[in-house]
Design a protein around this ligand. Structure first.
Ligand SMILES: Cc1cc2nc3c(=O)[nH]c(=O)nc-3n(C[C@H](O)[C@H](O)[C@H](O)COP(=O)(O)OP(=O)(O)OC[C@H]3O[C@@H](n4cnc5c(N)ncnc54)[C@H](O)[C@@H]3O)c2cc1C
Length: 284
């Protein structure tokens, strides 16, 4: 058996709904039955070819229709490098505009994922011009030293944030390592509680979630707790009994980069084995 096939069988299936849109929609239905909403992502990134970009844009328009037509509780999550940022900022903006407008007319919310630091300025710039639409949100990575300033600017403009620790490999010049990464997460979370009415706490870290639950007793914000499919499914189901919870549901054939990022996070063997046995995507 080829190594890539073995890797897919063992790992990728835990973190990815499946190769087809229907696999994602089935996963979302199961999540919804537990009172959990979803963020549907069509896997793919760093596209340089216009035909690939077009295929992704068309898929997002389809996803938006499926969410609306099936009455699903789900948002969309996309990467700008998947819809043309690697070809040109104007091109990505045009494609994003098509998706946001279609989503707006169908009452669907769009999240932009945050990628490598080289893309941050253009990502912020594109997101900024759509904030007023009201149906868009942006991921901010606590490990980037610049994120405090970026986050504050977006919040002041009335933007909605999904706060994560950060998943790419960045240099220490521009990013924090542990424990500073987690410390900065808490600091940015504190700012969100104080200044933002609605945001997403995206983490599997029990300590971060407990801290957020505790802060919200005072602030009473509209907080959604977000996790990735297949990492802490059981905990998400438990949390959803009392809190708003959303699971990031990726699907598609281009799963390698996404799965490797997850593998790096679950960096010790015990964690990987626990995740494989206890948290398969199919168990949700
Ligand atoms: C909804 C959502 C959207 C995201 N979007 C982005 C994005 O747009 N850009 C970006 O850079 N990053 C994104 N991330 C990833 C994020 O940046 C982190 O890399 C990832 O969430 C791991 O960090 P953590 O906060 O869970 O804390 P960690 O300190 O990494 O982990 C805390 C605990 O969670 C568990 N855990 C974490 N990961 C795994 C795993 N893979 N397998 C098994 N157990 C695990 C372990 O128990 C671990 O001890 C997103 C994460 C979520 C939940």
């Amino acid at each position: 058996m080829k190594l890539s096939v073995l890797f897919e069988r063992i790992f990728a299936r835990r973190w990815i709904a499946g190769p087809r849109l229907n696999d994602a929609l089935d996963t979302v239905r199961r999540l919804n039955s537990h009172g959990i909403s979803a963020q549907i992502n069509y896997l793919g990134e760093a596209f340089k070819e216009k035909n690939r970009v077009k295929e992704s844009v068309d898929m997002y328009l389809r996803i938006i229709n499926e969410i609306k037509n099936n009455g699903l509780k789900a948002d969309v999550a996309l990467k700008l490098s998947e819809i043309g940022l690697g070809i040109g900022v104007g091109f990505a903006r045009e494609n994003y505009s098509k998706i946001v407008n279609a989503a707006s007319s169908r009452g669907v919310f769009i999240w932009i994922d945050m990628e490598e630091h080289e893309l941050v300025d253009n990502t912020l710039s594109i997101h900024r011009s759509f904030i007023k639409k009201g149906n868009v949100g942006l991921c901010i990575q606590a490990y980037l030293k610049r994120s405090q300033v970026d986050l504050q600017k977006i919040v002041r403009l009335g933007g909605v944030i999904r706060l994560v620790k950060g998943a790419y490999t960045e240099s220490t010049e521009i990013s924090y390592r542990e424990p500073l990464r987690t410390y900065n997460y808490l600091k940015l979370m504190g700012y969100l509680f104080a200044h933002s009415k609605k945001f997403m706490i995206a983490t599997h870290d029990t300590n971060m979630i407990k801290a957020a639950l505790s802060s919200n007793k005072k602030y009473k914000r509209k907080v959604t707790y977000a996790m990735l499919l297949g990492v802490r499914n059981k905990y998400a189901i438990e949390l959803a009994k009392t809190e708003r919870v959303s699971i990031y549901v990726p699907f598609g054939e281009r799963w390698t980069k996404y799965a490797f990022r997850r593998l790096r996070e679950a960096s010790n063997l015990k964690l990987i084995i626990t995740s494989l046995i206890k948290e398969p995507a199919s168990k949700i």
